[in-house]
Design a protein around this ligand. Sequence first.
Ligand SMILES: Cc1ncc(COP(=O)(O)O)c(C=O)c1O
Length: 368
Amino acid sequence: MPLTIAELETPIPVVDLDRLARNLDRAAEYATAHGLGLRPHIKTHKSPRIAGEQLTRGAIGVTCATPYEAEVMSEVCDDILVAYPPVGHRRAARLAALAKKVRLTVALDSMQAIDDLAGAATQAGSTIGVCIELDLGMHRVGLPVVDDAIVLARAVRDRPSLTFAGIAFYPGHVREPVDQQTLKLEQLQTTISAAIAAFDAAGLHPPTVSGGSTPTLWRTHELTGVTEFRPGTYVYNDRTTAAIGACAWDDCALTVLATVVSTAVPGQAVVDAGTKALGREPMRGTDTVDGFGSVLDHPEVFVKSMSEEHGILDLSRSTWRPAVGDRVRIIPNHVCIVVHLNDVIAGIRGDRVETSWPVAARGRGYSL
Ligand SMILES: Cc1ncc(COP(=O)(O)O)c(C=O)c1O
């Protein structure tokens, strides 16, 4: 293990351990203060070690998207929500096998998914909790009509291998700056309350109402009826999260450490972090900031374009002029993609590399 970040090969994601701990603490304290269950989405870190830190701080379980994430997380967590439709025999079979080991809940929105999951669970001899997914504005997955969701909940209740666990939604359409979310949160509240009332009237009280995201993290308590929330990005944060005010610039814990490899073209510097290190993720929720990432100590310098292994820093708004061989740390637009592009994360305190951990749930874990 090298001792200082100057000795690390680049590009590599580095995590400021103090910032990480602060981000984890702050969300855990918020959950406690408002009586909310924190069930972090681990797609951001894909690491049992970070999940362990979340659970130690009081998280009630974790959320995953893929069977592999759930399998890897079962090393440290015995209460897992897979917030992704369990469609397809292989996917359902992996989940059903996992449900023998942990308390597993799955969110879904179709009869086909119920059939696939119930069949797989019966075959495996396991029982799986089911949350019915509602579309409350994102228009990705989830049923827009509550009566249709109630039909599915009844079908779940009728399957011996499934239990009705409640309802789930993802407010991914709320990406405005935090202080401009009020209207959409009020609309969400209206639909959540109506959905809960309709389920209650149908004799299907939802024990769990699962929602939440990082952009809305600090306003979750305004949504009466929500029992648990699932932010993921908040562990590391990123340029998008800072731009909408859901975190401060100083709360961005993960940066991509890169080396300046060329300054030959005037007005720019080229670093060794391109799309294969940073991803090509646009900014969301703001039109005042552009590019694909910006420099930690010089936020006015942004990645204006990329090739696979080249990131082009735009220096036009800065007096700072890096030299070939200099190291820079780049805050990515969307941190989850950066993590998934890398095998290992370095944990740093100041300039010291204190630890490292693998991105253990990276990939799909298929065995062919
Ligand atoms: C279903 C679901 N829940 C929770 C999250 C976490 O949200 P965020 O990335 O805003 O932290 C995501 C993110 O994609 C998601 O898809």
